[in-house]
Ligand binder design. Structure first.
Ligand code: AP5
Length: 215
């Protein structure tokens, strides 16, 4: 019996930021398909070389490539009791695939994080990530102590290639057209809980904790 929380929301809503904190609080691994794919791109694996061309343009990577990166991860020991999913599923066929690998008795919640496009564009365009450990910063909201340097590992901070203005707009469009329809799919099958995510992480966390998911 597994507890599965799907962190759902558009690019820049804070899935990675909030997910990391929840992962520590709830002792559940955060499994991000975006991070898995980026790791493959960085290591120039076959998966990475296939995924890169889609990610650069802000398009969804074909399901078969995503599954290959994901399945191995969610079968690891630390994911047997629970998983926080970030960035998956992203369309109906991925959701169906995910249903097929759930066991009877698994509990699934979808946390639907929402904010306006203006907030998302601001967060994405000023985001920087550590090239080395992947830690997430924001030039205004969560700046590093030393400019351009990761507080955690001293690595170089870079802008994600898909955080360029035209790609951000395309990613928001892909979310609206391909991913958002999943809300209807999930609301007929599992519990969907909507959380306003337009202010600081502490307030968002309080709202999530107020839902008492594990009560
Ligand atoms: P992915 O990595 O999943 O990106 P995404 O969903 O577009 O989300 P982001 O990582 O951009 O944002 P986030 O919500 O995690 O926000 P963050 O916490 O970083 O996917 C990238 C690409 O990979 C896709 O386009 C696709 O090509 C491919 N892909 C991945 N999964 C796939 C799948 N399942 N199927 C097919 N293709 C797939 O926060 C953003 C910024 O805001 C940061 O700077 C942060 O510091 C700041 N911030 C966060 N929260 C707050 C807050 N509350 N207040 C102020 N600032 C905040």
């Amino acid at each position: 019996m597994r507890k599965i929380v799907i962190l759902f929301g558009p690019p820049g809503i804070g899935k990675g930021t909030i997910g990391k904190i929840l992962s520590e609080k709830w002792s559940m691994p955060l499994v991000s398909t975006g991070d898995l794919l980026r790791e493959n791109v960085k290591n120039k694996t076959v998966i990475g070389m296939k995924a890169d061309q889609y990610m650069k343009k802000g398009e969804l990577v074909p399901d078969s490539i995503v599954f290959e990166a994901l399945v191995e991860r969610i079968n690891q020991n630390d994911a047997l009791k629970g998983i926080l999913m970030d960035g998956f599923p992203r369309n109906i066929s991925q959701a169906q695939m995910f249903e097929n690998i759930l066991s009877q008795g698994d509990t699934v919640f979808l946390l639907n994080l929402v904010a306006s496009d203006n907030v998302l564009i601001d967060r994405l365009s000023l985001r920087r990530i550590c090239k080395n450990c992947g830690a997430i910063y924001h030039l205004k909201n969560l700046p590093p102590k030393r400019e351009g340097i990761c507080d955690i590992c001293g690595g170089q901070l870079i802008q994600r290639e898909d955080d360029k203005p035209d790609v951000i707009l395309r990613r928001l469009e892909v979310f609206r057209n391909e991913t958002k329809p999943l809300l209807d799919y999930y609301s007929t099958r599992h519990k969907v809980l909507t959380v306003c995510a337009d202010d600081n992480p502490d307030s968002i966390l309080k709202r999530i904790e107020g839902l008492q998911l594990w009560a």
